[in-house]
Every structure is written in C-alpha cells, then in structure tokens.
Design a protein around this ligand. Structure first.
Ligand code: AHR
Length: 322
C-alpha cells in the first residue's frame, strides 16, 4: 500500500514537471537562451578605448548576454588568437574592434565557416570579400580629420606650421584622420604640416614624439594636430616642460572628446576636440541580435560626431559621459 502511494506521487510529480516545462517554453523560446558573445578588444591605450570596453561590457550585462572578453594588449596576433578561441568555443557571435585594417582574411573565413556573425566596432578593415563580416559600426574618421582641419585653418587664419601626431600605423583612424586633415590643409598654401609621426594613440608616446618635434623645430611650431586626445594630453606635458604655453604658444586640436580633453580645454591648454563616440555597446548588441534573428543589416552604420572648442568646454563638461 505504502509502495502504491509513493508510485502515485512520483507519477503526479512527473506530470507536474512536464506541464511546468511546457508552460516555461513559449513559442520563440530559443531566443531566450543566454547568448554567448566574444569581444576582442585592441587594448586600453586611451581613455576612449576604456569607455568603449565599458559600454560593451555594460550592455552585455544589461541584456543578460555572457560576454567573453579578450584584451589583446595592443597586438593583432592576440586578437587573431582570441577569435580562433571564440570560434573553438562556438560562441553565438563575435564583436571585433580591429587594431589594423589588414590581416583578417583567414580568421574571418574560419568564423564564416563556423557560421558565426562578426560585428566590427569602431575600426574598419580591408578584406577582399566584405561578406567576411556582418556589419561595421564606426565613426567617419575622414570626416573627423576634415573637421579638425577646418577648425584649425579658421583659427589660424590659414597660416602656420603644424606638427601632427598620428595614431597607430595601419589603423583605420590613423589613416583616415591623416587623409581628411591633409585634404583641408592642402587648400591653404600658407599652412604646412612640417612633421608627422606616430604617437601610437597613447599619452606616453604622444609626449615622447612631441618632445622630438620640439627638439627639431621648437618655436617654429604654431599648431599641433593629434589623432586622439590622449596623445594631445601627453604633448601638452612636453610643451610645458619645454617652457611653452600649450593652447597659446601652440594651438592644439585633437580627436575623441574624452573628459580629460574637456578639462584641458577648461584650463586653456587644449583648443579644440572633435568628438568620436565610443559608446557603441547598444548598437553592437542590436546588431548581434538582428544578425542572429536572420535580419538584413546595413554594411556600415556611421556614428554621428560633433566638435567642441574652448568656448563651449565649461558649459558641457558636466554632461560628458566618458
Ligand atoms: O579607433 C578609435 C581610436 O582608437 C580613438 O580615437 C583612440 O583614442 C583609440 O585608441
């Protein structure tokens, strides 16, 4: 008798579990499974990049996505290795912030073979077949270079010697920001780019390269164009250490719009920054979800940027998000 009762309860239990299981699996339940996304980041060379990483991490947490994060410490080979490891782990999608434009063909072919969508954020790449990635979400770096050039030409009345701190060699923003800026400066015969060298998008290298510029050209330098704010901030230190006044003796325009740049503008040491929005997390995960839903995506989404100079800095610094 005792045995019969327990068998009965066991059977009732099975029916209840089965019923609950069915109720908990409504139509489209597959979408509710936890997504696993791999994110390969270049490194942490600038405040901009740290803000981009945080934006992607925060958005993943907000959406309940498991994020596998790989910091490549500035090395493309580490990024390729991270991608291979994501593929081996069968992630649902990959977000890639590529260091440079070239060298991605082979690993992206592997991702395609594994049917893993690859979302590029912030920097573009050069591949023979653009079906090797799903979409790119980035700023228009050529336009940013042009904005910086136009602002500087106006400020300098179309005259002056400029030194340029380039970003990482081979990186899309370094190539395009140089191009856009040069295009504008070429229209002003009395404006010359007298030196142009890499500062690798970081503060220490920006300072070091600016020291070399000052050593070679000293008081001949009227303006500095830096491909990002971190290099400009390093250069500001070099200018001060050389006994000159940044923002006065040397007019400085850079790109990114990070908090540190606004602080330097409020202090009168930086003259202008062109904003490049790093808060790409929401758009990146919208793209991941759309790709996994089989929706067609634009090949490129351009993030809108603005420009801020010293006169606006104090008014907007409090509302800056990064
Ligand atoms: O690709 C975007 C650039 O890379 C940002 O301007 C810079 O700060 C970063 O490291």
């Amino acid at each position: 008798m005792r045995k019969d009762v327990s068998v009965m309860w066991y059977r009732i239990g099975l029916i209840v579990v089965a019923a609950v299981g069915v109720c908990a699996l409504p139509a489209g339940a597959a979408k509710k499974e936890k997504l696993v996304v791999g994110f390969s980041q270049v490194g942490a060379e600038s405040a901009w990049r740290t803000a981009e990483t945080e934006s992607i991490r925060n958005e993943a947490a907000k959406r309940g996505v498991e994020l596998k994060f790989a910091d490549a410490q500035g090395k493309q080979e580490n990024q390729v290795q991270a991608l291979r490891s994501f593929i081996a782990q069968h992630v649902d999608a990959i977000i890639l912030a590529p260091k440079v434009e070239t060298g991605w063909e082979s690993v992206l072919k592997d991702a395609r073979r594994a049917k893993i969508p690859v979302i590029l954020v912030d920097r573009g790449i050069n591949v023979s077949d653009n079906m090797l990635y799903t979409t790119l979400i980035a700023s228009d770096f050529v336009a940013e270079g042009r904005m910086a050039g136009e602002w500087l030409a106006k400020k300098m009345d179309g005259k002056g010697n400029i030194v340029e701190l380039q970003g990482t060699p081979g990186a899309a923003p370094a190539i395009d920001r140089q191009k856009g800026f040069a295009e504008i400066i070429a229209k002003f015969p009395d404006m010359k780019i007298i030196k142009s060298q890499t500062g690798d998008f970081n503060r220490a290298k920006g300072k070091e390269t600016m020291e070399a510029f000052i050593k070679a050209d000293g008081k001949n330098i009227n303006a500095l164009y830096a491909h990002n704010d971190d290099m400009a901030l390093g250069a500001i230190q070099a200018i001060e250490e050389a006994g000159m006044k940044p923002g006065t003796d040397i007019t400085i325009v850079s790109i990114d719009g990070v908090k540190g740049a606004f602080e330097a503008m409020v202090d009168g040491k930086l003259n202008c920054t062109v904003e490049c929005n790093p808060l790409l997390g929401p758009a990146a995960f919208d793209a991941v979800e759309a790709a996994l839903d089989g929706k067609a995506l634009e090949k490129k989404t351009i993030v809108k940027d603005s420009i801020f100079d010293q006169s606006q800095a104090a008014g907007v610094i409090g509302s800056r998000q990064y």
